[in-house]
Design a protein around this ligand. Structure first.
Ligand code: AP5
Ligand code: MG
Length: 214
């Protein structure tokens, strides 16, 4: 099974992807995570992407599509893919169709996480993650059980993303509205889109996604 999780910054794509990885053994393909890893490693892709990401704008279609192509090539044929944060433009949506055909896969579901944008700023500015294993948290909605200690690996080091400030979040949302939301009608025409209330609790959103995937 191959699915797209679609939604604006802070909609919960990463949070729900981790659960699908854990519960169903699928693989999360997050172009945002791949780009952050490239920035951290100082690769040529990372050097190009850093200032664009810090401004909240979109990295080029070619760069992100090459990252996805490489990941699909490395995956076993029986592992399902969760596209998290890709595709984000009409060009990327078209390239994804070509990549899926190339790797002998098809798209089963596009799950749209519908959210109230004003609430998202709070979600994003409250987000942090474990510096060791990447588990996602939120200051109020989803803190670690024991303050200052990662639930998953026990690390006491946490980090925040440089693009998680209010000004950059506003730009990221504008980019979503202008360039990403327009890809939905094409998927709707194929009858594969299901909308989920992304403002519900994390567990409720997981339950809705489970019901869709069966
Ligand atoms: P990317 O990393 O994809 O960021 P994004 O789309 O802005 O989305 P986020 O990761 O911010 O949000 P999320 O939906 O994953 O929410 P999360 O689960 O973390 O992209 C970053 C940048 O990389 C882009 O701006 C761009 O520059 C570049 N880029 C990436 N892909 C690209 C592409 N394809 N093309 C071009 N450029 C690209 O949740 C957020 C917070 O809310 C967390 O704290 C979480 O604990 C909490 N939370 C989650 N769900 C709930 C809930 N139901 N209730 C309460 N709190 C919740
Ligand atoms: Mg994310």
């Amino acid at each position: 099974m191959n699915i797209i999780l679609l939604g604006p910054p802070g909609a919960g794509k990463g949070t729900q992807s981790s659960r699908l990885v854990e519960h169903r053994g699928m693989k999360q393909l997050s172009t945002g995570d791949m780009l952050r890893a490239a920035v951290k490693a100082g690769t040529p892709v990372g050097l190009k992407a850093k200032s664009v990401m810090d401004a909240g704008e979109l990295v080029s279609d070619e760069i992100v599509s090459e990252l996805i192509d490489a990941e699909l090539a490395a995956m076993g044929p029986d592992t399902g893919a969760i596209f998290d944060g890709y595709p984000r433009t009409e060009v990327q949506a078209q390239i994804l169709d070509e990549l899926l055909a190339k790797h002998d896969r098809s798209l089963d579901h596009v799950i749209e996480l519908a959210v109230d944008e004003d609430a998202l700023v709070e979600r994003i500015t409250g987000r942090f993650s474990c510096a060791n294993c990447g588990t996602l948290y939120h200051d109020t909605a989803n803190p670690p059980v024991q303050e200052g200690v990662c639930d998953n690996c026990g690390s006491t080091e946490f980090k925040r993303r440089p693009d998680d400030n209010e000004e950059t979040v506003r730009t990221r949302m504008q980019e979503y509205r202008a360039k990403t939301a327009p890809i939905l009608p094409g998927y709707e025409a194929r009858g594969i889109v299901t909308r989920v209330d992304g403002m519900a609790s994390i567990d409720e959103v997981t339950a809705s996604i489970d019901a869709i995937l069966g």
